[in-house]
Design a protein around this ligand. Structure first.
Ligand code: PRP
Length: 206
């Protein structure tokens, strides 16, 4: 039995679509149910940001998670396969018509990714105050809460519709199949078979 944590939210659709290819005849969680049992797998539906926690604590043997989330949480998981889905960028953004003023003694940056943010600006030797938000990040510089944001851009429409521009790209991200270290050794055969199956699916859709 392998336990798999699948992400809700942005990459949910594409992740579930991958498993739909493996399971002809549909792969759907019942209404509000969070667990789905199929053959030798137990699938669980969790918030994307929570996938690493389930995998690190071995409540899930494997999971699907964005590189941005792995980078933010600095988690120790085995990165097995780049799934080529959930493509996005982590960027620094600020209002159109204003440039980021690096002369300021301290820049205020709103973000839901404080670790990536601090690391990025520390490497540039720029002093910042990071303001942790949980969503609607794009609002912060529009109402004077921050000078800029560090956030995820996928289509770019949220930033565009809020009159923000990309100043700098911090990293490119997409979703990976990851595994718990102990599970990877203990259930190697099953996990590698899942890896092979997913790899075939990805190739078929490319
Ligand atoms: C992300 C991000 C932006 C939006 C960007 O939020 O914080 O708000 O997506 O997407 P776009 O470039 O296609 O407009 P997400 O949808 O992941 O929601 P969350 O706040 O629940 O994490």
């Amino acid at each position: 039995m392998i336990k798999i944590a699948l992400p809700k939210g942005r990459i949910a659709k594409e992740s579930l679509a991958l498993f739909e290819q493996l399971y002809e005849g549909g792969f759907v969680f019942d209404d509000r149910r969070l667990i789905l049992e199929r053959d030798d797998f137990t699938f669980m539906l969790v918030r994307s940001q929570d996938v690493p926690t389930y995998v690190v604590h071995q409540a899930a043997d494997v999971g699907i998670v964005g590189l941005d989330v792995i980078e933010e949480q600095q988690v120790n998981v085995v990165r097995l396969l780049n799934l080529g889905i959930g493509k996005c960028k982590v960027v620094v953004g600020s209002p159109v018509g204003k440039s980021l003023d690096y002369q300021k003694p301290q820049l205020k940056i709103a973000t839901k990714m404080p670790h990536i943010t601090r690391k990025y600006f520390a490497n540039k030797a720029v002093s910042i105050e990071s303001l942790k938000l949980y969503g609607s990040i794009e609002l912060a510089p529009l109402v004077g809460l921050s000078d800029a944001i560090v956030d995820i851009v996928e289509t770019g429409s949220t930033m565009a519709q809020n009159n923000l521009k990309i100043d700098e790209v911090i990293m490119e991200s997409n979703a990976y199949l990851v595994a718990n270290k102990n599970s990877f050794y203990g259930k190697k055969e099953q996990i590698l078979s899942l890896y092979e199956q997913l790899k075939k699916c990805i190739k078929a859709t490319q």
